[in-house]
Design a binder for this molecule. Structure first.
Ligand SMILES: [Zn+2]
Length: 276
Protein backbone atom coordinates (compact mmCIF):
# COMPACT_ATOMS: atom_id res chain seq x y z
CA UNK A 1 0.00 0.00 0.00
CA UNK A 2 1.14 3.51 -0.72
CA UNK A 3 1.46 6.15 1.95
CA UNK A 4 -1.40 8.10 0.44
CA UNK A 5 -3.76 5.15 0.75
CA UNK A 6 -2.64 4.59 4.31
CA UNK A 7 -3.33 8.21 5.23
CA UNK A 8 -6.78 7.98 3.72
CA UNK A 9 -7.50 4.85 5.71
CA UNK A 10 -6.12 6.18 8.96
CA UNK A 11 -9.37 7.54 10.38
CA UNK A 12 -11.18 4.32 9.66
CA UNK A 13 -8.27 2.34 11.10
CA UNK A 14 -8.34 4.43 14.28
CA UNK A 15 -12.07 3.90 14.62
CA UNK A 16 -11.71 0.17 14.07
CA UNK A 17 -13.83 0.28 10.95
CA UNK A 18 -11.51 -1.62 8.61
CA UNK A 19 -11.78 -5.27 7.66
CA UNK A 20 -9.07 -7.46 9.21
CA UNK A 21 -7.03 -7.83 6.01
CA UNK A 22 -6.85 -4.07 5.29
CA UNK A 23 -6.25 -3.40 8.95
CA UNK A 24 -3.27 -5.75 8.90
CA UNK A 25 -1.86 -4.04 5.79
CA UNK A 26 -2.13 -0.67 7.49
CA UNK A 27 -0.39 -2.01 10.57
CA UNK A 28 2.41 -3.46 8.50
CA UNK A 29 2.89 -0.16 6.67
CA UNK A 30 2.95 1.79 9.92
CA UNK A 31 5.71 -0.48 11.19
CA UNK A 32 7.79 0.14 8.10
CA UNK A 33 7.11 3.79 7.29
CA UNK A 34 8.31 6.43 9.74
CA UNK A 35 6.31 9.25 8.12
CA UNK A 36 3.01 7.45 8.30
CA UNK A 37 3.75 6.24 11.80
CA UNK A 38 4.31 9.83 12.87
CA UNK A 39 1.10 10.97 11.21
CA UNK A 40 -0.70 8.12 12.93
CA UNK A 41 0.64 9.17 16.33
CA UNK A 42 -0.60 12.72 15.76
CA UNK A 43 -4.05 11.45 14.77
CA UNK A 44 -4.18 9.12 17.77
CA UNK A 45 -3.18 11.89 20.17
CA UNK A 46 -5.79 14.21 18.70
CA UNK A 47 -8.54 11.61 18.79
CA UNK A 48 -7.59 10.87 22.38
CA UNK A 49 -7.55 14.56 23.36
CA UNK A 50 -10.94 15.15 21.81
CA UNK A 51 -12.54 12.07 23.31
CA UNK A 52 -11.13 13.01 26.71
CA UNK A 53 -12.51 16.51 26.62
CA UNK A 54 -15.81 16.16 24.88
CA UNK A 55 -18.65 13.78 24.34
CA UNK A 56 -18.53 12.13 20.92
CA UNK A 57 -20.84 13.52 18.30
CA UNK A 58 -20.63 12.36 14.74
CA UNK A 59 -20.64 15.41 12.48
CA UNK A 60 -23.25 15.39 9.75
CA UNK A 61 -21.82 14.45 6.32
CA UNK A 62 -22.38 17.96 4.94
CA UNK A 63 -20.48 19.53 7.84
CA UNK A 64 -17.60 17.09 7.41
CA UNK A 65 -17.43 17.87 3.73
CA UNK A 66 -17.55 21.61 4.33
CA UNK A 67 -14.74 21.44 6.87
CA UNK A 68 -12.66 19.19 4.64
CA UNK A 69 -13.18 21.49 1.70
CA UNK A 70 -12.23 24.61 3.61
CA UNK A 71 -9.18 22.87 5.07
CA UNK A 72 -8.08 21.79 1.61
CA UNK A 73 -8.50 25.33 0.38
CA UNK A 74 -6.62 26.72 3.35
CA UNK A 75 -3.65 24.47 2.76
CA UNK A 76 -3.79 24.66 -1.00
CA UNK A 77 -4.55 21.02 -1.63
CA UNK A 78 -6.55 19.82 -4.61
CA UNK A 79 -10.21 20.24 -3.80
CA UNK A 80 -11.64 17.79 -6.29
CA UNK A 81 -12.71 14.49 -4.84
CA UNK A 82 -10.97 12.19 -7.28
CA UNK A 83 -10.89 8.82 -5.61
CA UNK A 84 -13.57 6.87 -3.89
CA UNK A 85 -13.23 6.54 -0.13
CA UNK A 86 -11.40 9.83 0.15
CA UNK A 87 -13.36 10.80 3.18
CA UNK A 88 -10.65 11.35 5.70
CA UNK A 89 -9.12 14.63 6.74
CA UNK A 90 -6.20 15.63 4.58
CA UNK A 91 -3.50 14.19 6.74
CA UNK A 92 -1.90 12.90 3.61
CA UNK A 93 -0.10 14.07 0.59
CA UNK A 94 -1.53 15.80 -2.43
CA UNK A 95 -2.29 13.65 -5.39
CA UNK A 96 0.10 15.49 -7.64
CA UNK A 97 3.23 13.74 -8.81
CA UNK A 98 6.57 13.91 -7.08
CA UNK A 99 7.40 16.91 -5.00
CA UNK A 100 10.63 17.99 -3.40
CA UNK A 101 11.48 17.19 0.17
CA UNK A 102 10.70 20.74 1.27
CA UNK A 103 7.17 20.73 -0.05
CA UNK A 104 6.54 17.34 1.51
CA UNK A 105 7.65 18.63 4.88
CA UNK A 106 5.63 21.76 4.39
CA UNK A 107 2.60 19.71 3.51
CA UNK A 108 2.95 17.61 6.65
CA UNK A 109 3.29 20.66 8.84
CA UNK A 110 0.36 22.43 7.23
CA UNK A 111 -1.75 19.32 7.51
CA UNK A 112 -0.77 19.03 11.15
CA UNK A 113 -1.53 22.72 11.77
CA UNK A 114 -4.89 22.36 10.04
CA UNK A 115 -5.66 19.26 12.08
CA UNK A 116 -4.80 21.03 15.32
CA UNK A 117 -6.91 24.03 14.31
CA UNK A 118 -9.79 21.71 13.56
CA UNK A 119 -9.35 19.96 16.90
CA UNK A 120 -9.43 23.34 18.62
CA UNK A 121 -12.62 24.32 16.80
CA UNK A 122 -14.27 21.03 17.67
CA UNK A 123 -13.15 21.19 21.28
CA UNK A 124 -14.25 24.78 21.78
CA UNK A 125 -17.66 24.14 20.28
CA UNK A 126 -18.31 20.90 22.12
CA UNK A 127 -16.79 21.51 25.52
CA UNK A 128 -19.28 22.89 28.00
CA UNK A 129 -18.60 26.46 28.97
CA UNK A 130 -17.23 26.11 32.44
CA UNK A 131 -16.94 28.93 34.84
CA UNK A 132 -13.20 28.46 35.01
CA UNK A 133 -11.07 29.24 38.01
CA UNK A 134 -9.07 31.37 35.57
CA UNK A 135 -12.02 33.68 35.06
CA UNK A 136 -12.40 34.17 38.79
CA UNK A 137 -8.70 34.83 39.21
CA UNK A 138 -8.92 37.42 36.47
CA UNK A 139 -11.88 39.10 38.16
CA UNK A 140 -10.06 39.05 41.51
CA UNK A 141 -7.12 40.81 39.88
CA UNK A 142 -9.44 43.41 38.37
CA UNK A 143 -11.12 43.97 41.73
CA UNK A 144 -7.83 44.50 43.52
CA UNK A 145 -6.62 46.83 40.77
CA UNK A 146 -9.79 48.85 41.08
CA UNK A 147 -9.48 48.97 44.86
CA UNK A 148 -5.85 50.10 44.70
CA UNK A 149 -6.60 52.64 41.96
CA UNK A 150 -9.37 54.16 44.03
CA UNK A 151 -6.94 54.69 46.91
CA UNK A 152 -3.97 55.86 44.87
CA UNK A 153 -5.69 58.16 42.44
CA UNK A 154 -7.45 59.93 45.29
CA UNK A 155 -10.66 58.83 43.64
CA UNK A 156 -12.22 56.88 46.44
CA UNK A 157 -15.66 58.31 45.93
CA UNK A 158 -17.71 60.11 43.31
CA UNK A 159 -20.18 61.07 45.98
CA UNK A 160 -18.61 61.57 49.39
CA UNK A 161 -21.18 61.21 52.09
CA UNK A 162 -21.77 59.17 55.18
CA UNK A 163 -25.48 59.49 54.54
CA UNK A 164 -26.94 56.48 52.77
CA UNK A 165 -29.87 58.68 51.71
CA UNK A 166 -27.44 60.78 49.69
CA UNK A 167 -25.31 57.97 48.29
CA UNK A 168 -28.15 55.71 47.19
CA UNK A 169 -30.08 58.16 44.98
CA UNK A 170 -26.82 59.28 43.38
CA UNK A 171 -25.89 55.69 42.47
CA UNK A 172 -29.41 54.87 41.34
CA UNK A 173 -29.26 57.76 38.91
CA UNK A 174 -25.95 56.53 37.42
CA UNK A 175 -26.81 52.85 37.08
CA UNK A 176 -29.62 50.81 35.60
CA UNK A 177 -30.05 48.93 38.86
CA UNK A 178 -30.70 50.02 42.42
CA UNK A 179 -27.91 48.73 44.65
CA UNK A 180 -28.61 48.42 48.37
CA UNK A 181 -26.80 51.04 50.46
CA UNK A 182 -26.60 50.75 54.22
CA UNK A 183 -24.65 52.59 56.86
CA UNK A 184 -22.68 50.57 59.35
CA UNK A 185 -21.26 53.47 61.43
CA UNK A 186 -22.60 52.13 64.70
CA UNK A 187 -20.82 48.83 64.00
CA UNK A 188 -17.46 50.40 63.29
CA UNK A 189 -17.70 50.44 59.49
CA UNK A 190 -18.77 53.99 58.61
CA UNK A 191 -19.93 54.64 55.06
CA UNK A 192 -17.61 57.09 53.29
CA UNK A 193 -19.36 57.38 49.97
CA UNK A 194 -20.08 55.77 46.64
CA UNK A 195 -18.40 55.48 43.27
CA UNK A 196 -19.21 54.34 39.79
CA UNK A 197 -16.84 51.66 38.53
CA UNK A 198 -16.51 49.38 35.54
CA UNK A 199 -15.73 45.70 36.04
CA UNK A 200 -16.24 42.43 34.26
CA UNK A 201 -17.67 44.29 31.27
CA UNK A 202 -20.38 46.17 33.09
CA UNK A 203 -20.93 49.22 35.23
CA UNK A 204 -20.93 48.44 38.91
CA UNK A 205 -21.62 50.28 42.12
CA UNK A 206 -18.73 50.69 44.54
CA UNK A 207 -19.58 51.53 48.14
CA UNK A 208 -16.71 52.70 50.28
CA UNK A 209 -16.56 51.88 53.97
CA UNK A 210 -13.90 52.63 56.51
CA UNK A 211 -12.47 50.36 59.16
CA UNK A 212 -10.06 52.31 61.38
CA UNK A 213 -7.26 53.35 58.96
CA UNK A 214 -8.39 50.97 56.24
CA UNK A 215 -10.91 51.18 53.45
CA UNK A 216 -13.27 48.58 52.10
CA UNK A 217 -14.54 48.77 48.55
CA UNK A 218 -17.79 46.89 48.19
CA UNK A 219 -18.54 46.24 44.52
CA UNK A 220 -22.14 45.46 43.68
CA UNK A 221 -23.86 44.40 40.47
CA UNK A 222 -26.94 42.38 39.57
CA UNK A 223 -26.53 38.63 40.00
CA UNK A 224 -26.01 36.71 36.78
CA UNK A 225 -26.54 32.97 36.19
CA UNK A 226 -22.77 32.61 36.39
CA UNK A 227 -22.81 33.48 40.09
CA UNK A 228 -23.38 30.07 41.53
CA UNK A 229 -20.87 29.88 44.35
CA UNK A 230 -22.31 30.62 47.74
CA UNK A 231 -19.27 32.37 49.08
CA UNK A 232 -15.68 32.78 48.05
CA UNK A 233 -12.79 34.07 50.06
CA UNK A 234 -9.65 35.03 48.20
CA UNK A 235 -6.38 36.24 49.68
CA UNK A 236 -4.19 37.77 47.01
CA UNK A 237 -1.34 40.24 46.89
CA UNK A 238 -1.89 41.31 50.49
CA UNK A 239 -5.60 41.95 50.00
CA UNK A 240 -8.64 40.03 51.05
CA UNK A 241 -11.60 39.55 48.80
CA UNK A 242 -14.92 38.24 49.97
CA UNK A 243 -17.61 37.30 47.48
CA UNK A 244 -21.22 36.50 48.15
CA UNK A 245 -24.55 37.04 46.51
CA UNK A 246 -28.22 37.16 47.32
CA UNK A 247 -31.21 36.79 45.03
CA UNK A 248 -30.64 40.19 43.45
CA UNK A 249 -27.02 41.18 43.70
CA UNK A 250 -23.46 39.95 43.56
CA UNK A 251 -21.08 41.43 46.10
CA UNK A 252 -17.31 41.61 46.19
CA UNK A 253 -15.70 43.23 49.22
CA UNK A 254 -12.04 44.13 48.74
CA UNK A 255 -9.78 45.45 51.46
CA UNK A 256 -6.51 45.11 53.31
CA UNK A 257 -8.38 44.66 56.60
CA UNK A 258 -7.95 41.23 58.14
CA UNK A 259 -10.25 38.40 57.11
CA UNK A 260 -12.16 38.43 60.41
CA UNK A 261 -13.04 42.09 59.97
CA UNK A 262 -14.07 41.46 56.40
CA UNK A 263 -16.27 38.55 57.46
CA UNK A 264 -18.02 40.62 60.12
CA UNK A 265 -18.42 43.46 57.63
CA UNK A 266 -20.19 41.05 55.30
CA UNK A 267 -22.45 39.74 58.06
CA UNK A 268 -23.37 43.24 59.22
CA UNK A 269 -24.05 44.39 55.68
CA UNK A 270 -26.22 41.37 54.93
CA UNK A 271 -28.14 41.82 58.17
CA UNK A 272 -28.86 45.48 57.40
CA UNK A 273 -29.94 44.69 53.84
CA UNK A 274 -32.38 42.11 55.14
CA UNK A 275 -33.89 44.53 57.64
CA UNK A 276 -34.11 47.59 55.43
ZN1 LIG B 1 3.93 5.66 4.55
Amino acid sequence: MKCEEIRNLMDAYLDGELDPVTSQKVEQHLRECGNCEQAFEVETAMAHAISQGAPYYKAPIELRERIQLSLREAIGAPTSRSAAGEDSLPVGRPKTARRGLFSEIRWDWLALAAAIALAAIIASSLLPRLSQPGAEQFLATQLIASHVRSLMADHLTDVASSDQHTVKPWLDAQLDFAAPVVDLSSDGFPLIGGRLDYLDNHSVAALVYQRRQHFINLFIWPTTPRDTKAQTFVAKEGYHLLHWFDGDFTYWAVSDVNSTDLQSFKQLFEGQVLHR
